[in-house]
Write a protein that binds this ligand. Structure first.
Ligand SMILES: Cc1cc2nc3c(=O)[nH]c(=O)nc-3n(C[C@H](O)[C@H](O)[C@H](O)COP(=O)(O)OP(=O)(O)OC[C@H]3O[C@@H](n4cnc5c(N)ncnc54)[C@H](O)[C@@H]3O)c2cc1C
Ligand code: SF4
Length: 327
């Protein structure tokens, strides 16, 4: 590891001022960034520690829940209002990493964590357009089990690894982004970027900006859950995951929200599936049709073609459970 200067920010204003310079990086729990520094993938000259910033979880006057970016993953999952109103979020967080990592990891760091593509992490030996723009992509023709089936490009087929983000997108979360010019609010669904020709651009965060907070709008009570399919029962990233909630009235779907993880460079809001289901019957046939409508856009590689069927089946199984039993 190359020498690095460590600074501790005591306010978001200080973090923005200190973090804006070239080669300066914000440090949350360090569970991803420090790992990548050890591997030589990330080489910041200065770390600005934001993990000690105030991280309240507060209810706004309109019933929204605002979560400070430095809140620990464990604290969010255990918060009574999160558990009562947004159970799919608590489940998604608890499906990720380990208890020790969740105790360290922050909300901001989780949303900003980098892809788990093994070629991206191999700074010494692999070509990667995301790490070194224009250098090539060794994942193409390589090991693609964890790679994207939706929204990929010839430049990059990486997936975003966050579980929390999938539930947050299904819940229409917004991010408060703070920079030298003030605070702006953006939909999380638009925050992570598909790779196109520039896979090194991963989010809409502008230089010098930081995530200040996540805002969850009030949602009508619904049956909801998060299901993660992975190679091991714990401590593994998703092959496919589904965050879903539905409201069924007189056998018809009055409201539905679905996002899929492990399939794209961003948490994938399943808008086609939602449109296919809304106001229709809550039947297995309708769930199969909706899953197929969403996955019709998939463009898999031989090494991850199995994920198309896996995503369809997981979607159908989750929706069937939600429609028929306790979530
Ligand atoms: C073994 C292992 C297994 C894991 N399994 C899972 C899993 O199954 N599911 C899952 O979702 N995650 C998993 N993770 C990832 C883990 O959740 C992330 O490492 C963690 O959430 C990152 O949070 P952090 O606070 O430690 O971020 P850091 O490592 O400190 O930072 C990550 C990135 O976020 C940036 N950043 C931090 N705070 C801010 C901010 N406020 N504004 C803007 N940028 C910011 C940093 O500059 C850095 O680029 C796993 C990690 C490990 C090590
Ligand atoms: S898939 Fe993306 S992250 Fe992985 S090697 Fe290719 S360009 Fe890099």
């Amino acid at each position: 590891m190359t020498p690095v200067t460590y600074l501790r920010a005591d306010s978001s204003a200080a973090a923005i001022a200190l973090g804006a310079a070239d080669g300066h990086r914000l440090l949350g729990g360090g569970t991803n960034l420090i790992d990548l520094m050890r591997k030589g993938v990330e080489q910041p000259a200065v770390l600005v520690d934001v993990s000690g910033l105030a991280a309240p979880i507060t209810e706004a006057a309109d019933g929204s829940l605002v979560i400070g970016a430095a809140a620990r993953n464990s604290d969010v999952a255990a918060h009574p209002l999160v558990r009562a109103r947004y159970p799919m979020l608590a489940r998604a967080i608890l499906a990720g990493a380990s208890a020790q990592i969740r105790n360290m990891a922050t909300v901001g760091g989780n949303l900003m964590q980098r892809t788990r593509c093994v070629y991206f992490a191999d700074a010494a030996g692999s070509r990667c357009n995301k790490r070194v723009p224009g250098s090539g992509c060794d994942a193409l023709g390589g090991f693609t089990r964890y790679h994207a089936i939706l929204g990929a490009s010839p430049a990059c087929i990486a997936t975003h690894p966050s579980d929390m983000a999938v539930a947050l997108v299904a819940l229409d979360a917004r991010l408060h982004l703070a920079g030298a010019d003030g605070v702006r609010s953006v939909a999380l669904a638009n925050f992570h970027q598909l790779p196109g020709d520039s896979p090194e651009v991963e989010t809409m965060l502008a230089p010098g900006e930081m995530i200040l907070a996540v805002e969850l709008p009030p949602v009508q009570p619904m049956r909801s859950t998060y299901r993660k399919v992975r190679d091991r029962a714990s401590y593994a990233f998703a092959l496919v995951s589904v965050a879903a909630g539905i409201v069924v009235e007189d056998g018809r779907i009055a409201d539905v929200r679905i996002a899929v993880g492990g399939v794209a460079a961003k948490p994938w809001r399943a808008a086609r599936a939602e449109a296919s289901l809304r106001d229709g019957p809550a039947s297995v046939e309708a769930f199969v049709q909706a899953a197929q409508a969403e996955l019709a856009q998939a463009d898999p590689l031989p090494g991850n073609a199995f994920k198309v069927q896996l995503a369809e089946r997981t979607l159908v199984a989750v929706l069937t459970d939600l429609a028929g039993g306790d979530a």
